[in-house]
Design a protein around this ligand. Structure first.
Ligand SMILES: [Zn+2]
Length: 186
């Protein structure tokens, strides 16, 4: 799993990926909230460009309340998730119970259930804080971006929330190969 650090982030073209075709739900049509046990899944959903709220401190009632308020699908493996939560709250919640214990099966489950688009929105969202990325021109890049990278790359993107800079890199291509293996044509 690739977790970018400050000043060493990246972005990619969907070079390797092939879509299944057919009707797909784009990131404007479905949003997620993953419980604290599914942080890796959340990162990979963000890599696909989908909005997935997640964090070690986001779980239980606060997660459900946020998901309901923001109309997000709750992703969890916990069959007893309902626990002591109020029935009125649960009735308003959309909960998708995953069967898989780990990636990549979990990602396939979500991609299949929600007909996610596997290529069109790759790397359009910050993997760290879930915010959309925006193009940034070279003259506006912060000093933290190495000169070699500036010389090599033409296109950069920035997360306006955490200010991380993304560009294309070999680790992105590796991630795309993994996605192609996991979600590629059956
Ligand atoms: Zn960010």
């Amino acid at each position: 799993m690739f977790f970018p650090g400050p000043g060493s982030d990246c972005f990619a073209l969907p070079l390797l990926y092939r879509s299944h075709g057919g009707e797909r739900m784009n990131p404007n049509e479905v949003r997620f909230a993953a419980d604290a046990m599914l942080l890796s899944l959340a990162k990979w959903l963000r890599m696909l460009g989908y909005d997935c709220l997640a964090g070690s401190g986001i779980f239980g009632r606060s997660l459900v309340e946020t998901a309901v308020a923001e109309r997000r699908w709750i992703l969890t493996r916990n069959r007893r998730y309902a626990g002591d939560l109020p029935q009125l709250l649960l009735e308003r919640a959309d909960i998708f119970l995953l069967a898989g214990e780990e990636l990549p099966g979990q990602l396939r489950e979500v991609a299949d259930r929600f007909s996610l688009e596997p290529s069109a929105f790759l790397f359009t969202r910050c993997l760290v804080c879930n915010a959309p990325l925006h193009p940034i021109a070279k003259p506006h890049l912060p000093p933290s971006v190495p000169h070699a990278v500036r010389a090599r790359e033409e296109h950069f993107w920035q997360c306006r929330h955490c200010r991380r800079i993304y560009w294309r890199g070999s680790h992105v291509r590796n991630s795309m190969r993994r996605l192609n293996d996991w979600l590629g044509n059956p």
